[in-house]
Ligand binder design. Structure first.
Ligand SMILES: Cc1ncc(COP(=O)(O)O)c(C=O)c1O
Length: 490
């Protein structure tokens, strides 16, 4: 029976009237949105076990009152625009006051989740200059993906469509482990790799498995909002630790909170500043973690993109004390909607993480994992990565060149050796939130650096992603940004 109808034989109200009321309520509450096609009177009568005349009588009443529209030969629909007086009824249906003490209180954990900021001001719709964190979606080799997908679906290997391993599809875990060993000097075996639905789930799982409410955690300041959210939603007490030209200042962390349980860092390409953590700092961080028995989360979200020099090895590869959890994602190399990433955990934690994953959402989508495993095995992954590296290097050059022409005195834009975004620094005293608002008014996306924390009153900057749009769009974006910034007063 459709969820919007319940017919009660004992109520004494005729069926046609009950059906009429049920449909009307469903329309007013939005459960049946404008334009929804209703089942035919014959089908609905059969489904409800009533006569067709009953259904026709209910539909006739609603058609006469403007709730429904009939289109000859193509069925009955919820009216595209409801009359004003009906909408005011809807208002009451939706927002009626709740009786006090009606048991609708959230749990402490729920309240914490509801209060936690969840998204960076990320634009929606087609990417525009300079949306950070989004790759060149139009360059994705969808023909190869489609072919592999067709192959997987033609004869799905045994077990692919049933319940899978909470830690992920074995051939994909093998492929990830092989890739991380050779490209990132991560030391692991496939048993340590847990496939997750993007880094966000890795951060959430790590926070819940490793932290108790009230535990102190070092976070980079400024730092990634997604990580802060996952940690604070698990009840952690965040301890912001300043970032300088060598990355997280470990000495400041030790001074502020030597007994923190965990540190969350982006050593390859600090988010948002873009700094690479020096070897000295890496050793200092690992030394502290070893001595104090703390964990380190290494969020290696865009380390695949390095344009000059040798790719830096992961912090995890230097870790002799098994304190590091390594997090990576396919969101930046393939596309974010794929929702696949990985977490590499010390071997003795693998079982606990597998259990946590199973309780959260059982396991990743196995068919997509199988497609991705073949995509990697057939060489498409590395080929795409190489192409994107060259493409983004060119896009970054275009951004820096155009900025040198259009933005002197307005925004200081220097090249960077890694990643998919850079930070343009505003003149001292210019408010980056105001600058970002003005840019947005001209259709340019450039989130303010202060959104991510940092010293109050510190120098303002704008995040400029350069991966998502082509050079023509980048150059046009720089010119619009110049117009926006010219109007700013110091
Ligand atoms: C620092 C950082 N980590 C991780 C991610 C990726 O998140 P996910 O893998 O959940 O898409 C992003 C995306 O913007 C990021 O900026």
């Amino acid at each position: 029976m459709p969820p919007w109808i319940s017919l009660d034989a004992s109520s004494g109200v005729p069926y046609y009237r009950q059906l009429y009321e049920g449909l009307r309520r469903a329309i007013l509450s939005g459960m049946l949105p404008a334009g929804t096609r209703l089942p035919s009177t014959r089908a609905l009568a059969a489904e409800l076990g009533v006569s067709r005349t009953t259904v026709v009588a209910a539909f006739d009443g609603l058609l006469a009152e403007g709730y429904l529209e009939g289109k000859v030969g193509s069925g009955t629909y919820v009216a595209a625009s409801l009359p004003e007086e009906l909408l005011s009824v809807r208002e009451k249906v939706d927002r009626g006051p709740r009786p006090a003490g009606s048991g609708r209180r959230l749990s402490g954990r729920g309240a914490l989740l509801a209060q936690t900021p969840t998204t960076v001001a990320r634009g929606a719709g087609s990417p525009r200059a300079f949306r950070p964190g989004v790759p060149a979606l139009d360059e994705f080799p969808h023909a190869a993906w489609r072919r592999i997908s067709g192959k997987v679906w033609r004869r799905p290997p045994g077990g692919l469509l049933g319940y899978g391993d909470p830690a992920g599809y074995w051939p994909l875990r093998e492929a990830i482990s092989g890739y991380l060993g050779s490209a990132r000097a991560v030391r692991c075996v496939p048993e340590q790799v847990i496939v997750v639905s993007g880094s966000q789930q890795a951060l959430d799982l790590a926070a819940r498995v490793l932290l108790d409410p009230g535990d102190a955690v070092w976070v980079e300041d400024p730092g990634y909002i997604g990580a802060r959210g996952a940690l604070s939603a698990a009840g952690a007490r965040l301890v912001p630790v300043p970032v300088d030209g060598e990355g997280l200042t470990v000495a400041a962390g030790i001074e502020r909170e030597p007994g923190a349980r965990l540190a969350c860092v982006t050593p390859s390409h600090q988010y948002p500043l873009g700094v690479t953590m020096s070897l000295g700092r890496r050793l200092e961080l690992l030394g502290w973690a070893d001595r104090s028995g703390a964990w380190v989360i290494e969020d290696d979200y865009d380390s695949e993109y390095r344009y000059t020099g040798r790719p830096l090895e992961a912090l995890q590869g230097l870790d002799t004390g098994e304190r590091v959890l390594y997090v990576g994602t396919f969101s930046k190399v393939l596309f974010p909607a794929l929702r696949l990433g990985y977490l590499v955990v010390p071997a003795d934690l693998a079982e606990a993480f597998g259990a946590a994953r199973e309780l959260a959402d059982r396991h990743p989508p196995t068919v997509d994992e199988a497609i991705l495993a073949d995509f990697i095995a057939e060489g498409h992954f590395l080929r795409h990565l190489r192409r994107m590296r060259a493409l983004y290097a060119g896009r970054q050059r275009a951004l820096v060149e155009e900025a040198a022409r259009e933005l002197p005195g307005l925004l200081d834009v220097s090249p960077t050796a890694a990643g998919m975004h850079l930070v343009g620094w505003l003149p001292e005293g210019v408010d980056d939130r105001e600058a970002s608002r003005r840019a947005a008014a001209l259709g340019v996306e450039a989130p303010p650096v202060s959104l991510y924390g940092g010293e109050p009153g510190g120098r303002g900057g704008l995040m400029l992603g350069y991966a998502a749009v082509g050079e023509v769009g980048i150059r046009a974006g720089v010119r619009r940004l110049a117009t926006a910034l010219r109007g700013l007063q110091v």
